[in-house]
Design a protein around this ligand. Structure first.
Ligand code: ARG
Length: 653
């Protein structure tokens, strides 16, 4: 049961007599910012009043008279310029919360109209070990997948793995030229990724050497221009100031680029073996590209190598997914769509959506300078072509109503072009969403990397998190007033839950669009908005129940009920009843952080309840049972909420 939805539905009926756009105004009912004003507040009378030419207070009074909320709310109040304050009735709250006591779904009802969702998440480019960059899509996508399922939608989680890209040309080239056979036999994916990095490094070396003179020249030019601009600049002239700023940014950017290129060159020059390889093979980039082209053209030898590599790569990915408990219903990678691409391009051309331009075939989208290239000059299909085929397949074969892409914000332009092209192609009913997210930053506030400049391996990072969690758990356990309670195996088990939970939660509790800094200490802190805090809160509630020696299951079945005798209880009940609201909100905007916010608030509301209301020592048995039931319900809401985010809990910590 979703309280907010009930209130909005009531208001919507009343609003219908004033506007065609009732849902928009009903959506202005929000939880009240300050409990002084009640539990919820409706602000719609102000903006609607303006629209229909009525005084907001007068309109608010009319709305109050026409909604039927007597069962649910205390008499509604109009306040200030036309706010409507809603306070839920205590009797109603009691009935509603008691309905949750034996409700496994904790009040979360399936939506009236389930939709067919495809959640496209994780989707790493295989043959490189998974790194931190893959964490966000995987963790956010899996959380959204579970949240949508919990609301009763039909959801297909699809891992659109990059198994057909240019990296295979590099690996094949590396395999043919630089393979260390025994290393391959021992740890194939490690060796493949070494080959990938080696070929990449050698290609980059030549590319850097080739572009460096031009970069230096441009830098000198910009520096001169900057000096000149600084000399001329009149401090009051805004335009001139802006020009100086622009030039300064360009100079900084160029210096960064030069530094990066110099570093690439120096690394190879400083290593005799690498240098010899580089000198022996100045055209390595072209050679690797040719291997990709041969693979795509159906060359038997390259195809056999690809068939040999793919299962190994998938196995390596699976070990990370197993550890993070990530599940997919389908893993239709890019290669799956290859047989469909020629038809896609032909169809787009036949419908006049794509046409030839400078020997490539492109779709053009209004408002975008860059074309959407579906076939390159050399005849190769692109990431874009594959995504178009994928949309078609998902709509026609998987019957998708909504496709959500949990992908890095840097691919925003790609998805804008994709979605527009799909619409023109005739698929107008499907919801297409780029659920975009920012970058994981290192301490230097740049995309997180190892010191050698490689991305950080996800497995390594998860191990670090678990190690750190182990230390925290041991310290806390050792410091317990009656001595340590956990043996080593138990500490290890909890460390895994806390370590992985901490990393996942840190990724989920930010506004997904913002970048965030990867900081294990912060992620695992026992105070503040962290999984560790939530997990300790859960364990604390379980501890209260354990010490009171209640069997939770029997208590629920005993007929004991929750009653409101204190405002802190009322606040807690209200919070517990809002679980469905939080899920609905998270699903509506594809934002798991609405759920983390909710859980964090609920934990703090519980804290103040526990500070103010004795539980085990409550004055009467009735009150004691009521409060124990509240503890039980709080624990269940926290655990279930965290589970939806992919985070486990432990009753003891
Ligand atoms: N493999 C891509 C990458 O690593 C992400 C794919 C996302 N999904 C999609 N349908 N384009 O950048």
């Amino acid at each position: 049961m979703n309280v907010l939805k009930q209130l909005r539905d009531q208001f919507e009926s009343a609003l219908n007599s004033y506007t065609d756009d009732a849902p928009q105004f009903a959506a202005m009912i929000k939880p009240a910012g300050d409990p002084k004003f009640g539990d919820y507040q409706a602000n719609c009378a102000m903006s609607l009043g303006k629209q229909v030419g009525k005084m907001p207070r007068e309109l608010a009074a009319e709305l109050v008279a026409s909604v039927d909320l007597d069962q649910l709310c205390e008499p509604l109040e109009v306040a200030g310029p036309g706010f409507i304050n809603l306070k839920l009735r205590d009797e109603w709250l009691e009935t509603a919360v008691n309905n949750l006591v034996n409700d496994e779904r904790l009040g979360v009802e399936p939506v009236a109209q389930p939709r067919n969702f495809i959640v496209d998440y994780s989707a790493p480019n295989v043959a490189k070990p998974m790194h931190v960059g893959h964490l966000r899509s995987t963790v956010i996508g899996a959380a959204l997948y579970r949240i949508l399922c919990s609301l009763g939608h039909n959801v297909v989680g699809d891992n659109h793995i990059g198994d057909w890209g240019t990296q295979f040309g590099m690996i094949i080239y590396g395999y043919k030229n630089f393979l260390d056979q025994s290393a391959y036999e021992e740890a194939p994916v490690l060796e493949l990724s070494r080959l990938y990095r080696l070929v990449n490094q050698l290609s980059d070396y030549h590319a850097a050497a080739a572009e460096l003179p031009q970069l230096r020249e441009t830098l000198a030019e910009r520096e001169d221009a900057l000096t000149a601009a600084q000399q001329d600049a009149d401090p009051k002239d805004k335009k001139a100031k802006k020009a100086v700023k622009q030039l300064t940014n360009q100079v900084v950017g160029l210096k960064d680029k030069i530094q990066a290129a110099e570093k690439k060159i120096a690394t190879v020059d400083g290593d005799a073996k690498l240098k010899a390889l580089a000198d022996a093979d100045p055209n390595i980039a072209t050679a690797a590209r040719n291997e990709t082209a041969k693979l795509h053209a159906g060359d038997a030898e390259n195809r056999a190598l690809w068939d040999q590599f793919i299962p190994l790569c998938l196995e390596a990915l699976q070990s990370v997914y197993d550890r993070l408990e990530i599940h997919f219903d389908k893993s239709l990678g890019e290669s799956f769509y290859q047989p469909m691409l020629a038809d896609v391009v032909a169809d787009l051309q036949a419908k006049g959506i794509a046409r030839e331009s400078e020997a490539a075939i492109c779709a053009f989208v209004e408002g975008f300078e860059a074309p959407f290239i579906v076939r390159k000059t050399d005849g190769a299909f692109t990431y874009a072509t594959t995504d178009l085929a994928t949309v078609k397949y998902r709509i026609e074969e998987l019957k998708a109503d909504s496709i959500i892409y949990v992908v890095d914000a840097r691919q925003g332009d790609h998805f804008n072009l994709l979605f527009e092209t799909v619409r023109k192609w005739g698929y107008t009913d499907v919801e297409l969403q780029h659920v975009s997210f920012g970058t994981v930053l290192g301490e230097d506030k740049r995309a997180i990397k190892t010191r050698s400049g490689d991305p950080i391996s996800l497995t390594w990072l998860l191990d670090e998190a678990v190690d750190e969690a182990y230390k925290i758990i041991s310290q806390n356990d050792d410091a317990k007033p009656n001595g340590a309670e956990l043996d080593d195996a138990e500490r290890q088990r909890i460390a895994e839950i806390v370590g992985l939970g901490g990393v996942k939660y840190a990724d989920l509790h930010h506004n997904r669009e913002s970048d965030y800094e990867f900081n294990l200490k912060k992620m695992l802190a026992t105070t503040g908005d962290t999984a560790t805090y939530m997990q300790y809160a859960y364990a604390r509630v379980c501890g209260i129940l354990r010490r009171a020696e209640v069997d939770r299951e029997s208590l629920r079945k005993s007929g004991a009920t929750i009653q409101l005798s204190h405002n802190a209880e009322r606040q807690l009940v209200l919070a517990l009843l809002r679980f469905p609201e939080a899920l609905t909100q998270a699903a509506a905007e594809y934002r798991p952080n609405y759920l983390t916010d909710y859980l964090f608030k609920t934990a703090s509301v519980f804290s103040s309840f526990y500070d103010q209301c004795p539980v085990a020592k409550a004055e009467t048995d009735k009150l004691r049972n009521s409060r124990l039931l509240l503890c039980d319900l709080t624990a269940r809401v926290i655990a279930q909420g965290l589970e939806l985010l992919g985070i486990h809990t432990s009753e003891r910590m």
